[in-house]
Write a protein that binds this ligand. Structure first.
Ligand SMILES: [Zn+2]
Length: 75
């Protein structure tokens, strides 16, 4: 099954951000692009995909993704 979240690391500023896979696909299908939430760079490196953001909390990037997790849960 497809994972819900896509975790990306910016190729420019190195910060981590979390995107929703479905929305990313929709955006790219419409000819638009994904960019870093922090610096706006389009150079995103995919780190991981997951359906359970809690798994990320065991990861060393937990502090970096915590802000993004809050945003996702408000939706
Ligand atoms: Zn960035």
């Amino acid at each position: 099954m497809k994972e819900i979240y896509k975790i990306c690391i910016c190729g420019k500023c190195g910060k981590t951000y979390v995107l929703i896979n479905d929305k990313v696909e929709d955006t790219i299908k419409k000819g638009k692009y994904i960019s870093c939430s922090h610096c706006g760079s389009q150079r995103a490196v995919k780190e991981n995909e997951t359906s359970d953001l809690r798994k990320c909390m065991d990861h060393s990037s937990y502090k970096k993704v915590r802000g993004a997790i809050r945003q996702v849960r408000q939706e």
